[in-house]
Design a protein around this ligand. Structure first.
Ligand SMILES: [Zn+2]
Length: 484
């Protein structure tokens, strides 16, 4: 009996030790109270609630008196008159250009200062480096937003982008997909510069069969419907959807039969746009669960580039290195050569493109907010351009709640992370932004941030300003290091 109880005791101690080890140290708790919590799922505001965070997770939502019991004063924040939203997601960025690794890396914290706690990198020549940054951020070794990435993207031979995984046949496709399985990107991106319909469609199928979410451009010789049926989830750049206001099926059929050239097809897509036909087609794709990341801001910056002096933008003067903005400056120079007619046409195209946004929303196509911020996309500034994109969505007629969903829960759903991220709910990751005014009245509220909670820490205004000044210092240092 004695021996039995001694054994029992030892086993109990061992078990306890294992449990304590598994749970690690007790997670630090943080309480935010008096908050107006924006519930992006219901579109309602939960008033004057307390929100208990443990580590990087939302532990409880409820009454201040109940939740504050064991929390020291130093771990409490009075959020009176503040509105709390889930951290924003920029669903289309590129960390790119070899030689500019340091410049890109120095900008990662800047996203946090703009309330962007998650980004989706849509492939670049730095793909393998970005995959490494993703893992370092996840391991807490590098400070930046949660980073999802496609790594390197699939393309045809002699693609105009550097670093693509170029394929010519199914054997090469499968080899590249084997490589992808080793890299483990968060989704697969496929583009249409040199990759034509047949192999593009096979690429969608192959990626889908291996369990990836698939996104990308739309080759001219495929219909969106056949792509979605093959496992394609999101269209990057909404202008591809304009083809749905034309006889897309007929044009694609003729391209496949060889009775129409790409140039002829392109000309047909410049004819009269049929809004009713487009709406019917949007609805078919909405019902099939398609997502779209419009990326309007780049088009806007160029279309109105003759009316605005971007040389004085704070992103240009303070945060982005000379090497980073070299392409931007070239683009500004080239704009000067455009005729008034060309600029007028750019503005008309832009206005037409944004006019379709409410049609997507009404048709049930899920909208993702993404900037396309990158070195090679003129005047599309990292971090800030996402906030500008949100303003465009609102100006184009989207309700503020739908704009907010496009920049939070929709992104999480697209990446199948909505059980753990994307809204303010118990058990979800505590990525939060505190705003001074109500974003459901005006999405411009996202430009007035008083604090961000992410990676188990609260960053008040002074901390966010420190991130900004660090970024300014990094720019000066990098610029200096390249002088002479
Ligand atoms: Zn892009």
């Amino acid at each position: 009996m004695k021996l039995f109880s001694r054994c029992y005791l030892i086993i109990t101690f061992v078990l306890l030790a294992v449990i304590v080890q598994a749970q690690g140290l007790p997670q630090e708790q943080f309480l935010i109270y008096n908050a107006q919590i924006v519930d992006v799922l219901t579109g309602k505001i939960k008033s004057e609630m307390a929100l208990l965070i443990e580590g990087d997770q939302i532990k409880a939502l409820g009454d201040f008196n109940q939740l504050s019991k064991d929390i020291p004063q130093s771990q409490q924040l009075d959020a009176k008159n503040k509105f709390i939203i889930p951290g924003l997601w920029d669903m289309h960025i590129h960390l790119e250009v070899q030689g500019l690794e340091e410049d890109n890396q120095a900008l990662l914290p800047l996203f946090i200062a703009f309330g962007i706690t998650t980004v989706r990198d849509c492939a670049s020549d730095l793909g393998e480096t970005v995959l490494k940054w993703r893992d370092e951020i996840n391991a807490g070794k590098l400070f930046g937003p949660n980073l999802f990435t496609a790594g390197l993207k699939l393309e045809g031979k002699n693609s105009s982008w550097k670093g693509d995984l170029e394929i010519e046949n199914e054997t090469e496709l499968n080899l590249m997909m084997d490589k992808q399985d080793v890299w483990a990107p968060d989704f697969i991106k496929i583009t249409d510069n040199k990759l034509h319909g047949e192999l593009f469609l096979k690429s969608i199928q192959a990626a889908h069969e291996r369990g990836y979410v698939v996104s990308g451009h739309v080759p001219i010789d495929l219909t969106l419907e056949e792509m979605v049926d093959a496992g394609f989830s999101s269209v990057e750049h909404a202008s591809y959807l304009n083809r749905l206001g034309y006889d897309q099926e007929e044009i694609v059929a003729q391209l496949k039969a060889g009775t129409l050239t790409n140039a002829q097809a392109g000309a047909l897509y410049k004819g009269i746009f049929d809004q009713q036909k487009a709406d019917r087609n949007y609805k078919i794709l909405g019902d099939k669960g398609l997502y779209v990341t419009p990326t309007y801001i780049g088009g806007r910056q160029i279309a109105y580039g003759d009316e605005e002096n971007h040389l004085l933008d704070s992103m240009m003067t303070k945060y982005l290195t000379k090497a980073f903005t070299a392409e931007y400056l070239k683009r500004i120079e080239r704009l000067k050569n455009e005729t008034p007619e060309q600029m007028k046409e750019r503005k008309q195209t832009y206005q037409f493109n944004i006019s379709q946004l409410v049609h997507y929303q009404d048709a049930g196509i899920t909208i993702l907010a993404g900037s396309d911020g990158a070195v090679l996309n003129a005047l599309v500034y990292p971090a800030q351009s996402l906030i500008q994109e949100l303003q465009i969505f609102q100006d184009a007629g989207l309700k503020p709640i739908d704009v907010l969903r496009a920049a939070t829960i929709n992104g999480a759903r697209f990446l199948k992370k909505d059980k753990e991220m994307g809204s303010i709910d118990i058990g979800k990751r505590a990525d939060l932004v505190l705003l001074d005014s109500n974003p459901l009245e005006d999405i411009n509220a996202t430009t007035h941030i008083s604090g961000v909670f992410t990676k188990s820490s609260y960053l008040g205004r002074a901390d966010l300003d420190k991130i900004l000044s660090d970024a300014r210092e990094a720019k000066v240092r990098l610029d200096k290091s390249r002088e002479k």
